[in-house]
Design a protein around this ligand. Structure first.
Ligand code: MG
Length: 332
């Protein structure tokens, strides 16, 4: 079965799609009321809100799919601010002719990962556009999280001497997606690292000493570190040999002429923490499935103000700039 314009018309066929696919997999008491807005319980204090659109190509890739990515991406953006993700919304823009079976697979995957991440989908929307007016399926997800006693993290807390930690290997997501790109597909066992990090990062913040966190998605680790130092007096120096990159990702990057430090991740976090807390944070991370390869990769300095400097394994140093332009379009 294929998606037709009638599925997005708002009429009878739309209602059948909502009941048979969306409610069937994502349904909960709030969503199933089918009101114009999902109404849910709030918490006292501050909340975090985020939104992101997902256009990854292809929609199924090793280690994930656009639905898993949409849930994890939004959950992780909330979690890195120190919030506990609670609710998400999902808006689907589907091209006429897209497979109904694939849509159901994607929605089922969203349900599976929303459950694992501890979030509920409380509002949604579906639009269908004519063939050629979109490419398969695009998903927008917004999310809300609450701080529940935890404090909000901010780059303003970072000081010279703080340690820079990453929670695992770099570049897996970008390379996994590229490995299935038409015209580029190459043999590899590389899987996307796409994963919900909220549980692990809550344990990390509870351990104490965390100043700032961010998920190094588009533009990779190099771009994220530059976002931290840009416009400040602070520099970051990282050691090349401490930044974990798996053997297969390293080989694929050499083949494709890419630097793994600029390749997207979808299940990793960069954590800046006080010097005295770094060791304990690494221990907490390594107890988690998604933090087994965590390591301290460098530190915040007064030198190299505003810039990120990489000390290579040969003892030389080079400036790592922000990515100039999108080297890998539609990776998320
Ligand atoms: Mg982010």
């Amino acid at each position: 079965m294929k998606i037709t314009l009638a599925h997005g018309s708002g009429g009878k066929i739309t209602h059948e799609l909502i009941k048979d696919v969306f409610f069937r997999h994502l349904g909960n008491d709030i969503l199933k009321k089918a009101e114009d807005s999902g109404v849910a319980d709030a918490r006292p204090g501050k909340m975090a809100v985020t939104t992101d659109s997902f256009v990854v190509k292809p929609v199924f890739f090793p280690g994930g799919d656009i639905g898993k990515l949409a849930v994890c991406g939004t959950v992780n953006d909330l979690a890195v601010t120190g919030a506990s993700p609670k609710y998400i919304t999902a808006g689907f823009i589907i091209e006429e002719g897209f497979s109904l079976e694939d849509l159901e697979k994607i929605v089922r995957s969203m349900a599976e990962w929303a459950l694992k991440a501890g979030v509920e989908v409380i509002a949604g929307d579906t639009k269908v556009v004519e063939k050629g007016e979109a490419d398969g399926i695009f998903i927008n997800t917004s999310g809300v999280g609450f701080f529940e006693g935890a404090s909000e993290l901010s780059a303003g807390n970072i000081r010279p001497g703080d340690k820079v930690i990453i929670t695992g290997t770099m570049g897996d997501h970008g390379i996994a997606v590229l490995s299935r790109r038409k015209g580029l597909d190459f043999q590899s066992d590389i899987k996307s690292d796409c994963a919900p990090l909220a549980g692990m990062l809550a344990d990390v913040t509870a351990a104490g000493g965390v100043k700032f966190m961010r998920d190094p998605t588009r533009g990779g680790l190099a771009t994220t570190l530059n976002e931290i130092t840009r416009g400040t007096e602070l520099g970051i120096v990282i050691e090349e040999e401490k930044a974990p990159v798996s053997g297969p990702v390293r080989s694929a990057c050499e083949l494709l002429g890419l630097d793994p430090l600029y390749v997207a991740n979808e299940g990793k976090a960069v954590i800046v923490a006080g010097k005295g807390s770094a060791e304990n944070i690494i221990a907490v991370l390594r107890r988690h499935e998604y933090g087994k390869d965590a390591s301290v990769i460098g530190e915040v300095t007064r030198e190299a103000g505003g810039r990120v400097c990489l000390r290579t394994r040969y003892g030389t140093a080079r400036i790592i700039d922000m990515m100039a332009s999108e080297q890998l379009p539609r990776i998320c």
